[in-house]
Design a protein around this ligand. Structure first.
Ligand code: AMP
Ligand code: MG
Length: 304
């Protein structure tokens, strides 16, 4: 394992590892990703093994440039094109019909592929240098909290990677928004960095909500979970380990009332409370508005 701070040398090392069929842990604007060559089933298999991820849970394919989409997507509907012009590169994943180039190992046997063009400049340079589309789920063991800093990485998982590239804390801190364009109307499979409002504004149409949609593969009721039990509360007990909006107790972690900042801090807060040995974490329920959708989704899944 070689650990690099953000540098040309680190970017080259990560790209070479990916190109050579190895795993690299790389920064993106959402969370740190465990990256491998997406078009090579053997390389992709290493991701599933390292994460302990079930084979039925498909991976997102990352491309360096929106122009590379045609390699992996057989057709791109109009609406998808509009979202791409508005939000790529960025924290938006589109589900489209796959090309034969994409192995079924990546898509968990589906004829569709999830694709994203990340905005984080280091991620883009790694993918560009690797010269191939890159599968990169979050660099954590299955079900656990996604890392938004290198300090969050599980040492055993790190050992599975040839290279770890440290680029500091992730800008968004929550996983990408996933929109499925293989159903009509298109459906949000997972709320994330781009909000429903932002998507609908560009599309000029309503999106289906996940609950009305067929169950997406790899969507589990419990996910993004710390080791401590998570309980959602209206207002936290002053003695509890808790994520709160207004601090009272000593074990309270005061969170921003701005949803973007909250999203950036959430996983770090959960990981820190876990490390402090808390056996229960109380989380004050955020407002039921569209801006909070992604944060609420992750909190609900953390609670299981
Ligand atoms: P992550 O767990 O952040 O790597 O994101 C992967 C998630 O994207 C999966 O758990 C699925 O929910 C979703 N996904 C990936 N590929 C597809 C696909 N072809 N169709 C529907 N959802 C997908
Ligand atoms: Mg994940």
């Amino acid at each position: 394992l070689r650990l690099y701070k953000e540098s040309d040398e680190g970017i080259e090392a990560a790209a070479a590892a990916i190109k050579g069929g190895e795993l690299a842990i790389i920064p993106t604007e959402t969370v740190y990703g465990l990256a491998a060559k997406a078009l090579d089933p053997d390389a992709v298999a290493k991701i599933f093994t390292a994460k302990g991820r079930p084979a039925e849970n498909p991976l997102i394919v990352h491309i360096a440039d929106p122009g590379d989409l045609e390699q992996v997507a057989a057709s791109v509907p109009d609406g998808a094109r509009r979202l791409i012009s508005a939000y790529w590169p960025g924290p938006l994943t589109l589900v489209l019909t796959k090309t034969p180039l994409v192995p079924f190992r990546v898509t968990a046997g589906l004829d569709t592929v999830a694709v994203r063009c990340p905005a984080q400049p280091v991620a883009r340079r790694v993918i560009e240098l690797a010269g191939v589309p890159v599968a990169a789920p979050s660099a954590n063991r299955f079900m656990e909290v996604s890392p938004t800093r290198v300090e969050h990485l599980d040492p055993e998982l790190m050992e599975q990677a040839a290279v770890v590239l440290d680029s500091g804390p992730c800008e968004v801190g929550l996983e990408s928004t996933i929109v499925d364009f293989t159903v009509n109307p298109p459906a949000i499979l997972r709320p994330g960095g781009i909000s429903r409002d932002q998507l609908e504004r560009v599309l000029g149409a309503k999106l289906q909500i996940t609950s009305e949609h067929r169950k997406a593969p790899g969507q589990y009721a419990r996910h993004y979970s710390p080791k401590a039990k998570v309980r959602l509360v209206q207002s936290a007990d002053p003695d509890a380990a808790a994520l709160v909006f207004n601090k009272h107790g000593s074990r309270h972690f005061e969170m921003s009332s701005d949803p973007e900042q909250y999203g950036r801090d959430l996983y770090d807060a959960l990981i820190q409370l876990d490390k402090s040995g808390a056996d229960e974490i109380q989380i004050e329920i955020p407002p039921r508005t569209v801006e909070w959708e992604a944060v609420r989704d992750r909190i609900e899944k953390a609670a299981g």
